[in-house]
Design a protein around this ligand. Structure first.
Ligand code: HEC
Length: 160
């Protein structure tokens, strides 16, 4: 091998190594694009949760007739959606330039945040049980209990 080609091999090796090094570094932090996607996904979960609790709230307030099938279906969906919350908050977007109502302290208190998501899961399960038992006297209370878990988390972890 000539000196020139040896030099070229050495140079291209260091370029490859250099590239590998840079991409590892970039990988370690969250890009704004990743963060933007993460925010969109988690907000979508909350929008679906909202669309499912909306009709139940109307029933609890007496603005819509009680429909047990809808309560059962939506409470199940809220349970299922609630199970996704903590997963979609694993990505720490605190340092990114993204618009989000998520308060930074979520990532300092991830286990408490997860506990609050679990409170929603439990309230949604309890509501399903109330409806399955046709425990009519507790429909409003069960729906209210689900709503209370939204507020409990928002008070601590969501910007107004
Ligand atoms: C474990 C905490 C937690 C629980 C429980 C919770 N939320 Fe939220 N919610 C948040 C956080 C944090 C945000 C801000 C997300 C963001 O903007 O990145 C949010 C945002 C929202 C949004 C705005 C979404 C958007 O498009 O910007 C709605 C609507 C919402 N929540 C509804 C609800 C309802 C309804 C419930 C209960 C049935 C609920 N949330 C339960 C933490 C929670």
């Amino acid at each position: 091998m000539s000196l020139l080609s040896k030099t070229l091999v050495a140079a291209s090796c260091s370029v490859i190594l250099g590239t590998a090094f840079i991409s590892t570094q970039v990988h370690a932090e969250v890009s704004d694009k990743q963060a933007k996607n993460a925010v969109e996904f988690r907000q979508s979960i909350f929008q679906l949760i909202r669309s499912n609790i909306g009709p139940l709230g109307a029933m609890a307030k007496g603005k819509a007739p009680i429909d047990e099938a809808v309560i059962a279906k939506n409470a199940l969906r809220i349970e299922q959606l609630s199970l996704m919350i903590s997963d979609y908050f694993v990505l720490d977007t605190r340092s990114n330039d993204v618009e989000s109502g998520a308060l930074p302290k979520i990532w300092d208190n991830q286990s408490e945040f997860t506990q609050k998501a679990d409170d929603l899961t439990q309230a949604a399960k309890a509501l399903q049980l109330i409806v399955a038992n046709k425990d009519e006297a507790n429909y409003r209370k069960g729906i209210g209990a689900v709503g209370a878990t939204c507020k409990a988390c928002h008070d601590d972890y969501k910007a107004d």
